[in-house]
Design a protein around this ligand. Structure first.
Ligand SMILES: [Zn+2]
Length: 298
């Protein structure tokens, strides 16, 4: 069959165009996908995993070099501070008696219910926080100190994850607790070598949070032998920002670190942590004259 030249030309053009568009779309499609993956990888690297997974505004502090925007001088932890956590008993818990009719502290086990916090295998942060918090409660109560809990079972505090953080602070503000200690565990999947204990405080709300945080941090490190990551600040941490009495938030370790995962899964280690935290709280109560040391006379 004889072809009309103009028809041939047109069909040739038609044959070339789809290939051109196909290449065009493939090229820009790959480019866009590449950018997306790169941006995601960047995001994952910069945003600590707990924030990504549960979005509770939890503090997860990557090693200093990886922190998105380090605030100079914001981390003022001084592990060698001889003033803080000063107690030589192995448990870190000083034997005390009340210096007044009653004294209450509030313990806040982070997360709970649908909000499990961070996970590693079958270790769920909300369960870990609660287990340690209940041991802290028992130790303090054994010294005659009243303990209020934001939760003492596996329940969601408040109407939602984020709102619950305000609920926790409000619970404390409406109570007669003289201080609040929030218990959390850290996670940093991007670098599983990161480990240790750190404690957050917000001194703009209450200047004495500095002392409470230092006592709790030092006593917890001393009781466990864990790495001392010092005191930290994060203005976005709702519970310690909205609580009016001295408060702090301890990150008891990284569940993403293989050794600390093992430790934090171990009941004996959790008890050690609890002794440290309770001991730090008692050190603070001693400083503030809410309790007094029991003098043993022979
Ligand atoms: Zn947490």
């Amino acid at each position: 069959m004889k072809r009309n030249p103009s028809v041939f030309k047109r069909s040739a053009r038609v044959r070339i165009r789809p290939r051109f568009f196909l290449m065009f779309f493939v090229f820009f499609g790959l480019l866009a996908a590449g950018c997306f993956l790169l941006a995601n990888a960047q995001l994952a690297r910069q945003i600590p995993p707990e924030k990504v997974i549960v979005g509770t505004g939890d503090p997860v502090t990557p090693i200093a070099s990886e922190r998105p925007d380090p605030v100079p001088g914001s981390e003022t932890g001084d592990p060698s501070d001889p003033e803080a956590g000063g107690d030589d008993t192995p448990s870190g818990v000083t034997d005390v008696t009340l210096a007044q009719a009653s004294v209450y502290v509030m313990i806040d086990p982070g997360h709970g219910g649908k909000d499990g916090g961070s996970y590693n295998g079958n270790l769920k942060e909300s369960d870990l926080n609660l287990a340690i918090a209940l041991y802290v409660r028992d130790i303090l109560q054994s010294k005659g100190i009243g303990v209020l809990m934001t939760r003492d079972t596996d329940v969601m505090v408040g109407p939602g994850q984020r709102e619950g953080l305000y609920t926790r602070a409000t619970m404390c503000n409406k109570s007669n607790a003289v201080c609040l200690v929030s218990i959390h565990a850290n996670a940093y999947a991007n670098d599983t070598s990161v480990h240790g204990i750190d404690t957050y405080r917000n001194t703009t709300t209450n200047a004495k949070s500095e002392d409470l945080a230092a006592y709790v941090q030092n006593a917890a490190v001393k009781a466990t032998g864990a790495k001392d990551r010092g005191l930290k600040s994060d203005a976005e941490l709702v519970v310690i920002r909205e609580t009016k009495v001295p408060s702090c938030l301890i990150e008891v370790g990284f569940i993403t670190n293989p050794d600390e995962f093992k430790d934090l899964s171990d009941d004996a280690y959790r008890k050690k942590l609890a002794q440290g935290i309770a001991g730090g709280i008692i050190d603070f109560l001693l400083q503030e004259n809410y309790v007094k040391e029991v003098t043993v006379t022979n």
